[in-house]
Design a protein around this ligand. Structure first.
Ligand SMILES: Cc1cc2nc3c(=O)[nH]c(=O)nc-3n(C[C@H](O)[C@H](O)[C@H](O)COP(=O)(O)OP(=O)(O)OC[C@H]3O[C@@H](n4cnc5c(N)ncnc54)[C@H](O)[C@@H]3O)c2cc1C
Length: 264
């Protein structure tokens, strides 16, 4: 790991000022993704701006069907929150299935979505639950947030302040868990809002995506049978030594059917 300057601002505007001043500075939230990449020298920031003391970025607010999660809220807090469990249980379950207890107590929702790891779970929730990502500069709808492999619509110096979810009538996240890390080989969030259904996939492609054919079929007939014949083209999916694109495409179909079946 290379040397760096360490900063621990007390509020968001001080953090933003540090990012604006140091062009090679990087935010750190839980450090669960950034620190390993620094150790591997895939990232070598001149300055680390630690958001750990910015209390305003931490916490959960549930009002009616709206669930707001502050960027610095760790996965374990989302998983354990009684209001989230009541209004949006699929999100609490997703958070509870991330990595292991150490990762869940350090990793944050802001860090996870800003990092946009193709195998991360939260991107499926953000897209599937029609969320809005709030930042120091604007509000970004889920459909335009994830732009590619480890890339998002965030501009340099822009800080995620929180994510606002709309609780659906019902939702379910189904993950084929990587046996070593817990990351999603494939994860599918299915959410039903009245007669509209959203289906969002993570783990399979370079970034999370929605499956329009499944959404249309489920909006007409909300049953696992309705999506039985729908296949996912695998040419653009990720292939690695563990799982081929073809395997992942099949897993998307299976996980989507299981999610719908589990919702009854
Ligand atoms: C062993 C292991 C298993 C894991 N398993 C899973 C899993 O099953 N599912 C899953 O979804 N994830 C998994 N993760 C990832 C984990 O969820 C981390 O929480 C996530 O990758 C990053 O969150 P963080 O808070 O640690 O971010 P950091 O590592 O601190 O930061 C990540 C990136 O986001 C940027 N950033 C951080 N906060 C902000 C902000 N507020 N605004 C703008 N940019 C910001 C940083 O500059 C950095 O580039 C796993 C990680 C490990 C190490």
């Amino acid at each position: 790991m290379r040397d760096f300057n360490y900063h621990r601002p007390a509020d968001v505007s001080a953090a933003a000022a540090l990012l604006a001043k140091e062009s090679e500075a990087k935010l750190v939230a839980g450090g669960m993704s950034l620190l390993p990449s620094m150790k591997l020298r895939l990232a070598a920031p001149s300055d680390i701006v630690d958001l750990g003391a910015v209390g305003a970025l931490k916490g959960i607010k549930v009002e009616g069907k709206e669930v707001f999660i502050g960027a610095m809220t760790c996965h374990a807090d989302v998983a354990a929150n009684a209001d989230v469990k009541r209004v949006l249980p699929a999100l609490a379950e997703l958070a509870d299935g991330i990595g292991d207890p150490a990762v869940r107590h350090r990793g944050t929702i802001g860090g996870s979505i800003a990092n946009a790891d193709p195998a991360a779970c939260y991107p499926a929730a953000v897209l599937g639950l029609d969320a809005v990502v709030e930042t120091t500069k604007r509000k970004i709808p889920a459909d335009s947030f994830f732009t590619g492999l480890f890339t998002t619509a965030l501009e340099p110096g822009e800080i995620v302040t929180g994510v606002r979810f709309k609780a659906p009538d019902k939702a379910k996240y189904m993950k084929l868990r990587h046996p070593a890390s817990g990351f999603a080989v494939v994860g599918v969030m299915v959410a039903k809002y009245g007669s509209n259904v959203r289906v969002a996939v993570t783990g399979a492609g370079p970034s999370a995506f929605r499956v329009a054919a499944m959404e249309k079929a489920l909006s007409a007939n909300f049953s696992a049978k309705a999506i039985e014949g729908i296949t996912i083209p695998h040419a653009d999916l990720m292939s690695d030594i563990h799982f081929s694109g073809e395997y992942r495409a099949n897993a998307v179909a299976v996980m989507a059917r299981r999610a719908v079946a589990a919702m009854g």
